[in-house]
Design a protein around this ligand. Structure first.
Ligand code: ADP
Ligand code: MG
Length: 397
């Protein structure tokens, strides 16, 4: 990465303002955090700062309060979980800007950690207001961006603060950029990518950008229906984006020119509807009835994927193989997780839903890296510059 990190600056005795992405999934009925991996992912940065006696001021958003105070979206449960994990009390401020918050910050001692209240309680955060960014910047001596998952947004706390404070990357941001950047720059071949998830359109840029680097592409999930349709298969009432059928055809054409192997499903699970009561049936892709929907990949497809994956030295996976929210249609995705964890290869996983599945299975530590960025990882792998990264100081500056 060509940006400065917190290792390149002096942090001892400093007020270090750290943008983190604590936008964790919360159970709407119990208020409990259902996946704390985003909190855990920032520990290296937070611990690095505590060990060096910095005063750590954390800022984050949670959910979509749209500029209003929403009690269910307060960061208190996040601070509690972070306290448990750190083994150190983490306070929560009443707000994220203003005189009261400034007072709380003044009372911090070296090595203390304070979490400020949800940034998105202020609409100025998402509009990227300069005044809001300035008010935040007053709270710190230096700024660290460790919120990879939000770095594709030019929000006040992401790109704005960097105009007013020396701004560097946190250790998670650095790891994300180096790991994801590594698969674009120098993937050890054979490089295999597995794509799934809902829509081709979300992922066109990433598909195109990765096409030139991969040796083999495996396609499942909702996306497979679009590719199958481009090959003139009947796909029934499957999730299809008409406008992406041409794109899929083009990708396959380019792949055959550049000798990239594309493996599409040979069998799928179909159902009448996408509901929790629906029953699945395995069928060859030759025989999909016009009134059914593809909801998962089938066992023969998984076997083909397994054999292909065994030959990979670098594997990147984004997007579930089926409707993983419904247990009976989650098998393909879960089997793929198990296949990946058994490989002797660099295995990298990106995408919000995909990460949630592997975290819920408790198998995230059995792959090389699980990106904490959903949209951010797609944009980055699609070749776009991330505003939150662009705003940081260049190495050597
Ligand atoms: P990620 O967040 O990992 O990038 P996406 O957001 O692209 O993944 O896609 C996740 C969604 O794709 C899930 O909600 C899942 O239900 C849906 N999906 C996967 N396979 C299918 C399918 N065959 N039909 C409809 N939806 C699907
Ligand atoms: Mg998603």
């Amino acid at each position: 990465m060509n940006k400065m990190t917190l290792r390149d600056i002096e942090v001892t005795d400093k007020r270090v303002l750290v943008r983190v992405d604590f936008n964790v999934p919360i159970d709407i009925h119990t208020g409990a955090i259902t996946d704390d991996s985003r909190i855990r992912a920032t520990l290296p940065t937070i611990q690095y700062l505590i060990e060096r006696n910095a005063r750590v001021i954390l800022i984050s958003h949670l959910g979509r309060p749209k500029g209003k105070v929403v009690d269910e979206l307060r960061l208190t449960p996040v601070a509690q979980r972070l306290s448990q994990i750190l083994g150190q009390q983490v306070g929560v401020a009443v707000n994220c800007i203003g005189p009261e918050v400034e007072k709380s910050v003044e009372t911090l001692r070296d090595g203390d950690v304070l979490l400020l209240e949800n940034l998105r309680f202020h609409s100025d955060e998402e509009t990227g207001s300069a005044d809001f960014a300035k008010a935040l910047a007053r709270l710190g001596d230096v700024f660290v961006n460790d919120a990879f998952g939000t770095s594709h947004r030019a929000h006040a706390s992401i790109a704005g603060i960097a105009q007013y404070l020396p701004a560097v990357a946190g250790l998670l941001l650095e790891k994300e950029i180096n790991t994801l950047g590594g698969i674009l720059e120098k993937p050890v071949p054979p490089f295999i990518s597995v794509f799934g998830g809902a829509k081709v359109s979300d992922k066109v840029n990433m598909l195109k950008n990765i096409m030139g680097k991969v040796d083999c592409l495996l396609i499942g999930g909702g996306m497979a229906a679009t590719f199958l349709k481009a090959k003139s298969y009947e796909v029934g009432r499957s999730l299809i984006e008409e406008e992406s059928v041409g794109i899929a055809a083009k990708i396959m054409e380019e792949a055959s020119k550049s000798r990239v192997r594309i493996i599409l499903p040979v069998d799928v699970v179909i159902a009448d509807e996408i509901t929790t009561e629906a029953k699945g049936e395995v069928i060859s892709v030759e025989n999909i009835p016009p009134d059914k929907r593809i909801v998962d990949i089938g066992p023969e497809t998984l076997e083909k994927f397994r054999i292909a994956l065994l030959g990979g030295r670098t594997v990147f996976w984004n997007g579930p193989m089926g409707v993983e929210e419904i247990p009976q249609f989650a098998e393909g995705t879960k089997c793929l997780v198990r296949l990946l964890t058994d490989l002797n290869a660099t295995t990298i996983i990106g995408g919000g839903s995909t990460a949630e599945v592997i975290n819920a299975m408790g198998m995230a530590d059995k792959v090389t890296f699980v990106s904490t960025g959903g949209g951010a990882s797609l944009k980055f792998l699609g070749g776009e510059e991330l505003p939150g990264v662009v705003a940081l100081l260049d190495k050597g500056s």
